[in-house]
Design a protein. Structure first.
Length: 142
């Protein structure tokens, strides 16, 4: 069996670990051996899983950014749909929201975001969010 995620003594960066794993899985002797012994389907599934990891890391970075510079608002949950994905054991969901900003005109938006597993919003709930004024589908639940 090929070990893809080794402990790097210099960093604990998950993004670097994913990039290193992709290189090992898809290139060189290790990549060749993995494809030869585990099969192309295995490699494809691993690449798909790593792509989901990159997406989760990107969402975490965007959430951190919005937490700092986003515009605060109150939102009513119109619908919620589970995506089946987890990030740090918290579910990723698609929320349809009726957003009422502190200033400005209320609007509806649909956003894919991470919510706390111990405080999953339900239809009809009012939640506090921050959103990007340039991309109304980019939100973070507070």
């Amino acid at each position: 069996m090929v070990f893809l995620f080794g402990k790097d003594k210099n960093t604990n960066d998950p993004e670097k670990a994913l990039n290193d794993a992709e290189k090992k899985l898809n290139k060189g002797f290790t990549g060749f051996a993995t494809k030869a012994f585990m099969g192309k389907d295995y490699v494809d599934k691993m690449n798909e899983t790593m792509a989901m990891g990159h997406e989760a890391i990107d969402m975490q970075k965007a959430s951190q950014n919005l937490n700092q510079i986003g515009i605060p608002a109150v939102a009513k949950v119109l619908s919620i749909q589970d995506t089946g994905e987890l990030v740090n054991y918290d579910p990723m969901v698609i929320l349809k929201l009726e957003v009422t900003p502190q200033t400005g005109v209320p609007f509806e938006t649909t956003a894919k975001t991470i919510v706390s597993k111990i405080a999953i919003p339900r239809v009809g709930d009012t939640i506090n969010i921050k959103y990007s004024p340039t991309d109304l589908t980019s939100i973070v639940v507070l």
